[in-house]
Design a binder for this molecule. Structure first.
Ligand SMILES: O=C[C@H](O)COP(=O)(O)O
Length: 246
């Protein structure tokens, strides 16, 4: 039984002084945590976080990577190789906010995933349906279609997917345990033929995970961890969520 994975996604939040305080508090508070913990910090602060996390068990994670695997004339981009150079382990890809604001589709995500795998990093593919898709009863079909990007890939020893219903992100409207259970079972069933039985499949839940709902969510079958947004910016809240996973 692999340990639960909890990743805090800071999104576009951070300043040098505040980052240092938060990471120091997490290092102190999570030293004995049994869960696997990562923090996905903005690209601008990856170097600071890499140094601040040195020697800790907290994994440095990124929130995106360039679709271009090799160095070149791609102004503004950060390659997966550069992330690896900074000590990054996990890379969030396809977060709904990137799909929404930067029109990331399966074609672009496929290139990003390939670049991240080529750099020896672990992609965390973010998927999830919108409220309209959920209300139309299309949520299972939508997420199944989003998994297509994983077909015929050399994923290594594990495949990590983060299920984040868009309507639960940042809204305080967390999915019900029944909704989480149904979707995670569905995703595990659909992922198996895609990645094969030799790959360890981990499906994280994200969408208004807080210290007061984390235990119930993490105890739900087929929930292998959580992708935490807002609550990850508060050391005490994030620590409680990680401890609920441990
Ligand atoms: O990446 C994290 C998810 O977008 C969830 O964010 P949230 O916990 O603020 O709802």
């Amino acid at each position: 039984m692999s340990r639960k994975l909890i990743i805090g996604n800071w999104k576009m939040h951070g300043r040098l002084a505040r980052n240092a305080e938060l990471i120091d508090a997490l290092r102190a508070g999570l030293a004995a945590c049994e869960a696997e913990v990562g923090v996905a910090v903005p690209t601008a602060y990856l170097s600071q976080a890499s140094h601040a996390l040195a020697g800790s068990t907290i994994a440095l994670s990124a929130q995106d990577a360039s679709r271009f695997a090799d160095d070149g004339a791609y102004t503004g981009e950060t390659s997966a190789n550069m992330l690896a150079d900074l000590g990054v382990s996990y890379v969030l890809l396809g977060h709904s906010e990137r799909r929404q604001y930067f029109q990331e589709d399966n074609a672009v995500l496929r290139e990003k995933i390939e670049a991240v795998l080529k750099a020896g990093l672990k992609p965390v593919l973010c998927i999830g349906e919108t409220l309209a898709e959920r209300e139309a009863g299309e949520h299972l079909l939508v997420t199944e279609g989003q998994l297509e990007v994983l077909k015929a890939l050399e994923l290594g020893d594990e495949c990590i997917v983060a299920y984040e219903p868009v309507w639960a992100i940042g809204t305080g409207k967390v999915a019900s345990i029944e909704q989480v259970a149904q979707m995670h079972a569905h995703l595990k069933q659909k992922l198996l033929p895609i990645v094969g039985c030799s790959v360890n499949i981990r499906v994280l839940y994200g969408g208004s995970v807080k210290s007061d709902n984390a235990s119930a969510i993490l105890a739900t079958p087929n929930v292998d961890g959580a992708l935490v947004g807002g609550a990850s910016l508060d050391a005490e809240s994030f620590k409680k969520i990680c401890q609920a996973a441990g």
